[in-house]
Design a protein around this ligand. Structure first.
Ligand code: UD1
Ligand code: PEP
Length: 438
């Protein structure tokens, strides 16, 4: 088992570069399956475990996939299989995003039911509602969802989402690109990753309009082609480094950060006393000597992102006064609260809200990551806690962050990633040194 070990107290400074967005690259790779002709070349792809997983899913489906130098190449021109098994979907829920592409391309798709995860039950009823409206017959049984289009092709439809689900918007958008006729999708998600996917689909020959607004219109075409695309920078990774700078009272240039993708986050952090300077290469973040408490409510974009909720909790624990965070997107995204308590955080859960009295007298402890953003948040807390923090369950971190500890170390954090054997060895060495000095 690996651990990240952080010794708190260092102020961060310097420059850190943001990777391509995990939540943009996964749907884009799923969309490459729509091309029955030509190769897709996707650039600025982060080396995350989720990317390796989606690549494996595509290979299983009979696409030819390469991944080198932050570039994924996909040739999906061969006949594709229709089934994505549970071993992949269990590893990563976003595997369900191949369903729209497969259904559009093959007229049939069979994908293992994702089930719940640490942040909530996460049903996919809105995805299925969209496929059904486009004429598909959807059956759920034996742990699989099976969808079949009449005579092998979906038709356009008018679809209203009950909630602006990111995954449902993406899956239905992909399915509609090859449907007969026009699809009008209403109350859709407006996240920057939706716009990135629409841009890629249009490069493939699709006709998608309105991405980034509440209504998306997709005129179906007969065939799509491989295309080249650069993935947008990861606004959540960028936000995580903004918090790292702020929590340590540091001065960090977050290179590649797009301020328009982080409006709600920057506004809240400014309210807390953090200074932001837009520079040519990115955003400079300067932390104050004392952070002010604020209230936050997570919402679909352009509201405050749920994927920054736990990192902001880390920041608010360090702020002076009473703060309240209300989580409205996922019903169970507070698993990290207990771990923060192990670090002496003054925090309590009341329904869908968390109340913090700050600043907490944060102390280093051994804590376990409960999901990928919680992993980052616990490490951020370790940067200002008294003593040593050890964070375990790093498989979560590796889903969403490339070289997180190395990037923080390059900014001046006292942080390392070790295996249990290495930690035991260094403890033994410490004991010998202490004994020799005695
Ligand atoms: C790979 C990826 O891009 N993941 C992001 C995506 O997840 P994901 O696409 O799964 O998130 P959704 O926007 O679909 O889910 C938001 C809420 O809607 C509910 N829901 C969703 C679909 C559905 O058919 N029925 C339903 O009830 C979910 O349970 C959840 O409570 O958006 C989330 C919300 O910004 C982010 O936290 C995730 O990081
Ligand atoms: C919840 C997240 O991702 P996923 O939807 O892939 O679990 C996330 O990126 O914070």
């Amino acid at each position: 088992m690996e651990k990240i070990i952080v010794r708190g107290g260092n102020r961060l400074s310097g420059t850190v570069k943001v990777e391509g967005a995990k939540n943009a690259v996964l749907p884009v790779i799923a969309a490459t399956l729509l091309a029955s002709d030509g190769k897709s070349v996707i650039r600025d792809v982060p080396t995350l475990s989720d990317v390796y997983t989606i690549n494996e899913v595509l290979r299983f489906l009979n696409a030819e996939v390469g991944f080198d130098n932050n570039t994924v190449t996909v040739d999906a021109s061969r006949e594709l299989k229709v089934e994505a098994p549970f071993e992949y979907v269990r590893k990563m829920r976003a595997s369900v995003l191949v369903m729209g592409s497969l259904l559009a391309r093959n007229g049939r798709a069979r994908v293992a039911l994702p089930g719940g995860c640490a942040i909530g039950s996460r049903p996919i009823d809105q995805h299925l509602k969209g496929f059904e409206a486009m004429g598909a017959t959807v059956k759920v049984g034996n742990g699989f969802i099976e969808a079949e289009a009449p005579e092998g092709r979906l038709h356009g439809a008018k679809i209203y989402l009950d909630f602006p689900s990111v995954g449902a918007t993406e899956n239905i958008m992909m399915a509609a690109t090859l449907a007969k006729g026009t699809t009008i999708l209403e109350n859709v998600a407006k996240e920057p990753e939706i716009v990135d996917l629409a841009n890629f689909l249009n490069k493939m020959g699709a006709k998608v309009r309105g991405a980034g607004t509440g209504t998306i219109r997709i005129e179906g075409v007969d065939v799509l082609f491989g295309a080249e695309h650069h993935i947008i920078p990861d606004r959540i990774e960028a936000g995580t480094f903004m918090v790292a700078a702020a929590i340590t009272g540091g001065d960090v240039l977050v290179k590649g950060a797009v301020p328009e993708h982080a409006t709600s986050l920057i506004a809240k952090m400014e309210e807390m006393g953090v200074q932001f300077i837009e520079e040519e290469e990115g955003v400079r973040v300067i932390g104050p000597s004392e952070l002010k408490a604020v209230d936050i409510k997570t919402m679909p974009h352009p509201g405050f992102p749920t994927d920054m909720q736990s990192q902001m909790m880390a920041l608010l624990l360090h702020a002076k006064g009473t703060s309240v965070i209300t989580e409205t997107v996922f019903e169970n995204r507070f698993m990290h609260v207990e771990e923060f308590r192990r670090m002496n955080a003054d925090v309590k859960i009341e329904g869908r809200s968390v109340i913090m009295e700050g600043p907490s007298n944060l102390q280093g402890a051994e804590v376990a990551a409960t999901d990928l953003r919680a992993a980052a948040a616990l490490i951020l807390t370790g940067l200002v806690a008294d003593g040593i923090t050890r964070v375990t369950e790093l498989k979560h971190l590796d889903r969403g962050y490339v070289d997180f500890h190395k990037k923080l170390a390059s900014l001046g954090a006292d942080i390392e990633r070790v295996t249990e054997a290495e930690e035991d060895m260094s403890t033994t060495e410490q004991t010998i040194i202490t004994d020799l000095n005695a």
